[in-house]
Design a protein around this ligand. Structure first.
Ligand SMILES: *[C@@H]1O[C@H](CO)[C@@H](O)[C@H](O)[C@H]1NC(C)=O
Ligand SMILES: CC(=O)N[C@H]1CO[C@H](CO)[C@@H](O)[C@@H]1O
Length: 383
């Protein structure tokens, strides 16, 4: 059994390591994915939707050549890159959208996106002049090429927006998804220096989201389940004595402390998030906090072992305990979903859960084996 309790910390560390290492979006610009006859001066990985943009800018002629690359949400979908000359975000943006037309050819159309309503027909006139445009679709990604002439001299920084969608109906791109990545795909681009910025001080917020995620994954997603495993399987071994109890309690109290910290960061994030509410993630979070708090009090108020009430207490303690595990795991997945493009985190957590589940299944089998053998022994000695 000692090996098991040694195994757990190792497991935590391994899974943590895999959780934290690759936190940036994949670097798509290096090595350059394609080389046309065009020479682009800059390439920026964009912070959402696995997109990147290459461009060259001739300031004297206000001529901007861009190549925007992104995987469409569905093969029949579309990709779009836009400049917003009057504000930031989608409303008011002057968009280039690439998709397959009715004949199955890749095409690029321009849109004056004046509202959040469904796109009307393409716009013949947009803020910039399109000298040439083309699009291609291969290897799961669409590429939109365009040479634009900006109507204003001396523009060096533009607000840009990009997006991917899943379908096109009768030549009109359909509304895109509203996942966090779909809503954060905007920023500014310095055409001459190549530096880009994500809008809205995204960095400190992203950091807070990671802290929130890390605390909660450790607490609800790993320590609580591990604490249950300790209680359920360690007590079968009389040689372990009351150790299981202390281990279980200290594991769960620590998990609770970390969990409350994580919960607090979640409340703060929720309060700061204008417009978007992840209501089920939030509600499950609140339920978890309440249930876990009840469990901590349960420890204090548990009846003596030989008390008649103890049976009911046990039932209630187990039901709430298992509910916390199930809800905790569900909420970790919901949270990872909110983090969006970090799919490797999700995979890492699936491994952690699979490992914990494997350990539990293995111990369950051993427990049955031991209990059955014990029964057999005692019936042998009485017969
Ligand atoms: C785009 O549409 C808005 C609202 O209809 C209009 O005010 C604006 O002038 C249009 N922009 C261009 C470049 O045509
Ligand atoms: C990464 C991400 O959240 N993309 C979503 C954007 O919206 C499309 C639907 O238009 C979804 O399919 C994507 O998953």
């Amino acid at each position: 059994m000692a090996s098991f309790s040694q195994l757990l910390p190792t497991l935590f560390l391994l899974s943590l390591a895999s959780l934290f290492s690759p936190s940036q979006p994949a670097a798509l610009c290096t090595p350059q994915r394609f080389s046309g006859d065009k020479v682009y001066t800059f390439c920026n990985d964009l912070p959402a939707l696995n997109a990147y943009i290459q461009w060259a800018y001739d300031e004297a002629r206000s001529e901007l050549s861009v190549a925007f690359t992104a995987p469409p949400a569905q093969p029949d979908g579309w990709i779009s890159w836009a400049i917003n000359p009057t504000g930031s975000g989608m409303k008011g943006s002057q968009a280039l959208i690439a998709f397959r037309d009715a004949k199955g050819e890749m095409t690029v159309k321009t849109y004056n996106v004046s509202s959040y309503d469904a796109l009307a027909a393409e716009s013949e006139v947009v803020w910039y002049e399109v000298k040439e445009s083309a699009a291609e679709f291969s290897g799961g990604v669409m590429r939109l090429f365009a040479t634009l002439v900006l109507p204003v001299k001396g523009v060096t920084v533009v607000n840009h927006v990009w997006q991917v969608g899943s379908s096109v109906t009768l030549g009109a791109p359909e509304e895109h998804g509203f996942d966090p990545d779909n809503l954060s795909s905007k920023g500014s681009l310095d055409l001459l220096s190549g530096s880009g910025a994500v809008e809205g001080g995204g960095d400190s917020r992203t950091k807070k989201k990671y802290i929130h995620g890390i605390l909660n994954v450790i607490s609800w997603g790993m320590m609580f389940p591990a604490g249950v495993i300790t209680a359920r399987y360690l007590r079968v071994f009389p040689s372990a004595g009351p150790a299981w109890f202390y281990l279980h309690v200290s594991c769960q109290v620590t998990a609770y402390t970390v969990g409350v910290a994580g919960w607090g960061t979640g409340l703060k994030l929720g309060g700061e998030s204008k417009g978007i509410t992840y209501s089920s993630h939030r509600n499950i979070g609140i339920a978890l906090f309440v249930l876990a708090t009840i469990q901590i009090f349960a420890l204090v108020f548990r009846p003596q072992k030989d008390d008649k009430q103890r049976l009911y207490w046990n039932i209630y303690h187990h039901v709430i305990g298992y509910s916390i595990i199930v809800l905790g795991i569900i909420n970790v997945f919901k949270g990872l979903g909110i983090l969006g493009h970090q799919r490797n985190w999700r995979t890492a957590y699936v491994f952690v859960i699979a490992a914990l589940g494997g350990v539990a299944a293995f111990l369950e089998a051993i427990t049955w084996f031991i209990v059955l053998r014990r029964k057999k022994k005692s019936s042998d000695s009485t017969s």
